[in-house]
Design a protein around this ligand. Structure first.
Ligand code: PEP
Ligand code: MG
Length: 560
């Protein structure tokens, strides 16, 4: 029997990647920000100060480039991006301009960075996400100027649990998964950079754990990436037991094989979210039954001119060919907000998430949608693909849905819409009369239901699909699907959370579409539960008080 320590303490955060880890904590913190203002330096020292700045910035470029050369794949690309920011001529020029005017190099670095951060945030989307890299470069250059080592993740010689206020792409690039047992951050949300890296490395991860600053370096903690708990004072034998049962869970995931079935033999459709032919092949290799979301806008994030219909066809065809005999759901351009497409998005919008994005871009540019539908229809015909479905993102009104469905049917394809705007969930039955299927985008549905920017590191608790308000709208949509005989899929991140996937199936969702790296974990979890358990869990979460209570209720019914 395990003895419970009198000092046992539990801290809660938002769980992102399942798994148990036990070990000592190692902290990495962003350095404190120096004073923004400082006395001017004498004119005679300004040239030398500019040189000091250039030497510091060059040293940062060199250290990041060296790390990029000794890394590969995604890590190398991330490090190269950060290095390119440190050598950016416009940013350097702005800092030098400030030093010429008398500002010391440290404050000039801060001022130049703030200037570009504000510009990037105004531009929104991918550029707004670059502000993390920009601030990271600032901290590295200032550390060099002050004669300190660059901030970053430590290189431990034994496995540790990494605690951080937040992690930047450069911090986590090349992170050695054999030395880090889990990642826990004070900030960040389910779609933050830390979460993406943790999923890729398969490391248990909790974000938005607000009170971890109470935990000192070296303290042994048990991290539960499903419950979102960090426990201090766990007895060794209890930790060993928890790790053993987690090992079984991992083995179950590794051995999972399609077809996707519940424990009682009930079938469900387990599809994949992909961006192109290559990721479609990855999805096929891990056992996806088809594609539930082809995010076409991701192919065009760097295109300044609309690609020709022929060019678009060539991009879509490999994805159809990866699944020649099964369902492929192609989503039309979801341009705008977090995914700006230069040729389709308005340049300046005060509030891009509530602006001209998704199907709304067709208002000022209807030919873009018509050309894209021609390309999708052409690709399907050329490949002899008979199960090509097309859905529109960001539909919010009945006339939009009717118009879109007509255009898709005219081309011999099957139309659907995404449920991302609460108005669609509220009027689900009426929308379902117009289309062949719907797919719930829980990332945006949660964002719009909770009025919380899905990219904000400070609002992780709101951007959580376990929020009872979001769950109620999902359940409402699934119920409308049952009543009207319309297939209802989920293709947001919620479907990739194995516990929530069970709840969604219990609500009556007919297909789940997940990122290929999460597919086996979802398949394995669902193979352990019956439809009746899923239905009980689904009913119970609807009475939940908050997102933590919803998770707790689901676990009670699902026995996990
Ligand atoms: C969603 O909003 O849940 C979704 C799947 O679309 P995206 O994440 O691409 O906006
Ligand atoms: Mg969306």
């Amino acid at each position: 029997m395990s003895t419970q320590s009198p000092d046992r303490k539990v801290i809660y955060g938002t769980p992102v990647v399942e798994g148990i880890a036990y070990g000592p904590v190692t902290w990495t913190r962003r350095p404190p920000i120096p004073n923004l203002t400082a006395p001017d330096i004498p004119e005679s020292q300004r040239e030398a100060e500019k040189k000091r700045f250039i030497i510091a910035a060059d040293a940062v470029v060199e250290s990041l480039s060296k790390r990029a050369q000794s890394s590969d794949g995604h890590a190398a690309a991330l490090l190269e991006v950060t290095a390119s920011i440190a050598s950016d001529p416009a940013w350097r020029k702005e800092a030098r301009r400030r030093i010429t005017a008398g500002t010391p190099a440290v404050q000039a670095t801060m001022g130049a960075t703030d200037f570009f951060v504000a510009q990037f945030e105004r531009a929104g989307g991918i550029l707004a996400e670059r502000t993390t890299d920009l601030r990271d470069v600032r901290d590295r250059v200032i550390a060099r100027l002050e004669g300190r080592p660059e901030p970053g993740v430590p290189h431990p010689d034994h496995p540790v649990i990494l605690f951080a206020d937040d992690l930047t792409p450069a911090d986590t690039a090349g992170l050695d998964p054999s030395m880090f047992l889990a990642l826990v951050t004070e900030l960040g949300g389910p779609t933050s950079h830390t979460s993406i890296i943790a999923r890729q490395l398969g490391l248990p991860c909790i974000v938005a754990a607000r009170r971890i600053d109470e935990i000192d370096e070296g303290t042994h903690v048990l991290v539960d990436g499903q419950r979102g708990t960090i426990v201090i004072g766990v007895a060794e034998d209890e930790a060993t037991q928890r790790l053993e049962s987690d090992k079984k869970r991992r083995e179950l995931i590794d051995s999972w094989q399609p077809p996707a079935k519940l424990k009682d033999g009930t079938d469900f459709e387990l599809l994949a979210n992909v961006r192109d032919g290559e990721t479609a092949c990855e999805a096929r290799d891990v056992g996806a039954a088809g594609i539930g979301l082809l995010r076409t806008e991701l192919c065009f994030l760097h295109s300044h001119a609309e690609p020709s219909v022929q060019k678009q066809r060539e991009i879509y065809e490999p994805a159809l060919q990866a699944f020649p005999d099964t369902k492929v759901v192609v989503r039309t351009l979801d341009a705008g907000s977090d995914k700006p497409v230069p040729y389709a998005t308005l340049a300046e919008e005060a509030n891009p998430a509530l602006g001209v994005r998704g199907v709304r871009t067709s208002g000022h540019n209807p030919h873009l949608l018509l050309h894209q539908l021609d390309a999708i229809a052409g690709a399907a015909k050329h490949c002899g693909h008979t199960q090509t479905l097309v859905m529109a993102p960001m539909i919010s009104t009945l006339p939009e849905a009717k118009w879109f469905a007509g255009l898709v049917r005219d081309r011999g394809l099957s139309p659907g819409i995404m449920v991302e705007v609460p108005s669609v969930a509220v009027l689900a039955e009426q929308f379902m009369e117009l289309v062949d299927f719907v797919s719930i985008g829980t990332n945006d549905l949660t964002q719009y239901t909770m009025a919380a920017d899905r990219l904000s590191p400070d609002l992780a608790e709101y951007s959580d699909p376990w929020q009872p308000g979001a769950l109620a709208l999902i359940a409402r949509t699934a119920e409308a699907g049952r009543a009207t005989g319309t297939p209802v899929g989920v293709c947001g991140e919620a479907a990739a959370d194995p516990l929530l996937a069970c709840v969604l199936v219990g609500m009556g969702v007919t297909s789940l579409s997940v990122t290929p790296s999460a597919l086996k974990a979802v398949g394995a979890q669902l193979s352990q539960v019956t439809l009746e358990q899923c239905q009980h869990a689904a009913r119970s979460v609807l009475g939940a008080w908050d997102q933590g209570d919803a998770r707790y209720r689901a676990r009670q019914h699902l026995g996990v």
